[in-house]
Design a protein around this ligand. Structure first.
Ligand code: UDP
Ligand code: MG
Length: 329
C-alpha cells in the first residue's frame, strides 16, 4: 500500500508467504524460529516468512535480525513504533509475494500444523480459509466470556458476515490479498474486511493451545478498543439506535409536557413536581451525552480517514530484495 515491497524476486517467487506480527515476544522467539523453519521445510513449494516487528521494546528485534541472517526465506519489517496487531498484519501482507498468504500469531497459539489444512482447502479452490477455534486452552474464564460476548455483539450489530471464533489466523489467496490492499481504511478490523469482500470462503477447525511462552499482548483495553473499532467500522446500527432512542425519548418528553400542562391547569401547587423534573432532566442529559459519544466515535473515524496518513511507518527492512531495502537505509 504505502511501500510496495512485493516487486522484485522474479525468479524463485514464493508460493506461500507466512506473516507473523511480533510485539515483545522474546520469550517465544527461539521456539517459534524452530517451528517455522520446520514448517517451511515441509511446504510443497518456494516460501517465505515475513516477521513484522511492531515496535517491540525487548530484545525481539535483535533475535529476529539474527534469524533473517541465517535463513534466506526469513524477512523482517521493523515498524518505527507500536502500531498495533491489525496494522502489523497489514504491513506484512503488503510485503508478501506469495500466491497464498498465511497470517498467524507468533506465540504458537496458531499451530503451524494447521497451515497444511488451510493450504489443502486453498487448493480445493477457496480464496479465503479461516482457522476456527473449537477449543481454547490456557485462557482465563474472563477472556473466554469476553470473547464470546464480543462475537455475539458483533454479530448482532453488523450486516457483514464476520465468522465466529475466528481470529486472524487464516490463509488468503492473491485475489483476496489484492482486494485487501485496495482497502485503504485506517480503522482496520482485518477479519471484518475479509468477511466483507466475498469470494469463496471456508473454515478449518482447530484446537487453540495455550501460549507457548510469554504473556498476552492483548490487555483488556486493547480488546475493548478492537471491539469498538469492529462495530463502528462495520455497522451504522449505533447511529440508527441513537435516532430511534432520541425519537422515543422526545415522544415521552412530549407526553410529559402535556401532563405538566394539565397539572398546571387543574392543580394548585405545581412546585411539588421537582423530583420528577430532576429525574427527567438528568435522564435526558445522560442520554444526550451517550448519543454525543456515539456520534463522536464515528466523527473520530472520519477524522482519522481524512488525514490520509500512511497506515504504518517502516524503520528498517532485512532479508528483502536489495532495491526495496535501499530505500530505507
Ligand atoms: N501483537 C502485535 N502488536 C500488538 C499486540 C500484539 O503485533 O500491539 C502480536 C503479538 O506479538 C502476537 C499476536 O499479535 O503475535 C497476538 O497477540 P497475543 O497472542 O498477545 O493475543 P491473544 O492471543 O492473547 O489474543
Ligand atoms: Mg496469543
Amino acid at each position: 500500500m504505502t511501500q510496495d515491497l512485493s516487486q522484485g524476486g522474479v525468479n524463485n517467487r514464493p508460493i506461500y508467504s507466512l506473516v507473523l506480527p511480533i510485539f515483545n515476544e522474546e520469550a517465544v522467539l527461539p521456539i517459534l524460529a524452530k517451528r517455522i523453519t520446520e514448517l517451511l521445510d515441509q511446504l510443497d513449494g518456494p516460501c517465505e516468512a515475513i516477521f513484522v516487528d511492531d515496535g517491540s521494546s525487548d530484545t525481539s528485534v535483535i533475535f529476529l535480525r539474527e534469524m533473517v541472517n541465517q535463513d534466506s526465506r526469513f524477512k523482517l519489517i521493523e515498524l518505527s513504533r507500536n502500531f498495533g496487531h491489525q496494522i502489523a498484519i497489514t504491513a506484512g501482507m503488503d510485503a508478501a509475494t506469495g500466491d497464498a498468504v498465511i497470517v498467524m500469531d507468533a506465540d504458537l497459539q496458531d499451530p503451524p500444523e494447521v497451515v497444511f489444512d488451510l493450504i489443502a482447502k486453498w487448493k480445493e479452490g477457496f480464496e479465503i480459509v479461516y482457522a476456527k477455534r473449537i477449543k481454547r486452552e490456557g485462557e482465563t474464564v474472563f477472556k473466554k466470556i469476553s470473547a464470546n460476548l464480543f462475537y455475539k455483539v458483533l454479530d448482532r450489530m453488523t450486516s457483514v458476515d464476520i465468522p465466529r471464533d475466528v481470529g486472524d489466523f487464516r490463509l488468503v489467496g492473491r485475489k483476496a490479498l489484492t482486494t485487501f490492499q485496495g482497502m485503504p481504511e485506517r480503522d482496520r478490523f482485518v477479519r471484518g474486511m475479509f468477511g466483507w469482500m466475498g469470494f469463496r470462503q471456508t473454515e478449518v477447525p482447530f484446537e487453540r493451545p495455550a501460549r507457548a511462552a510469554g504473556e498476552t499482548k492483548y490487555p483488556l483495553w486493547k480488546m475493548l478498543r478492537l471491539a469498538v473499532h469492529g462495530i463502528v467500522s462495520f455497522s451504522e446500527k449505533p447511529l440508527r439506535a441513537a435516532l430511534w432512542l432520541g425519537l422515543g425519548i422526545s415522544l415521552m418528553a412530549g407526553l410529559f409536557g402535556v401532563y405538566a400542562l394539565f397539572a398546571w391547569l387543574f392543580k394548585a401547587n405545581v412546585v411539588e413536581g421537582w423530583t420528577s423534573t430532576m429525574v427527567v432532566v438528568s435522564f435526558l442529559f445522560g442520554i444526550n451525552i451517550f448519543m454525543t459519544g456515539i456520534i463522536g466515535l464515528y466523527v473520530g473515524g472520519i477524522h482519522a480517514e481524512v488525514k490520509r496518513r500512511p497506515l504504518y511507518v517502516i524503520d528498517r527492512l532485512a532479508g528483502f530484495q536489495h532495491g526495496a531495502e535501499a530505500e530505507f537505509d
